[in-house]
Design a protein around this ligand. Structure first.
Ligand SMILES: NC(=O)c1ccc[n+]([C@@H]2O[C@H](COP(=O)([O-])OP(=O)(O)OC[C@H]3O[C@@H](n4cnc5c(N)ncnc54)[C@H](O)[C@@H]3O)[C@@H](O)[C@H]2O)c1
Length: 134
């Protein structure tokens, strides 16, 4: 993250969203939620319901950390419009023919396209050559 940009912004005005709350996204969301208002977004409603119920299905951060966190968990895309920074940590599975399945990244980018945030970061790997070709 560009810390210079954050320093120039009033911290109370920052709202971060993490898109994809798996093994990577959940610990990131938890760490940021200790400093700034944080939305935790995932398309998996069952997973979000578990987080809302104080359960950590990834076992990365533990139930207690989820229960004590201030993360605003949601599966509603509209909520992302409140965020001015977005971190994307969706999966990048591999197809049967060993090509990367970019559909989760494409779906996440489609959601971001309609979200007027200040900046977004894609943590998912770039799948060598795909950014150039797709
Ligand atoms: N696990 C690791 O050690 C590791 C390390 C470095 C990088 N990465 C990369 O980080 C990314 C995430 O990995 P992970 O292990 O957290 O995956 P994961 O499968 O544990 O979690 C991904 C989450 O994203 C959600 N998701 C899928 N499509 C979505 C969409 N369009 N919008 C919102 N949520 C969506 C899934 O429901 C899931 O909860 C991958 O691209 C992976 O390659 C993982």
């Amino acid at each position: 993250m560009d810390m210079g940009l954050c320093k120039r912004m009033d911290i109370d005005k920052i709202k971060l969203a993490v898109v994809g709350l798996g093994y990577v996204g959940m610990p990131i969301a938890l760490a940021f939620s200790k400093k700034v208002r944080t939305i935790g977004f995932d398309i998996d409603k069952k997973k979000i319901r578990k987080y809302l119920g104080g359960e950590d299905p990834t076992r990365e951060v533990g139930d207690e950390a989820i229960r004590n966190s201030l993360i605003d968990f949601t599966w509603k895309e509209d909520k992302l419009k409140e965020a001015n920074f977005i971190i994307v940590a969706v999966p990048t599975p591999v197809n049967g023919d060993k090509t990367p399945d970019l559909s989760p990244i494409i779906r996440a980018c489609e959601i971001l396209f309609y979200t007027p945030c200040t900046a977004s970061w894609l943590l998912s790997p770039d799948c060598h050559g795909q950014q150039k070709n797709e």
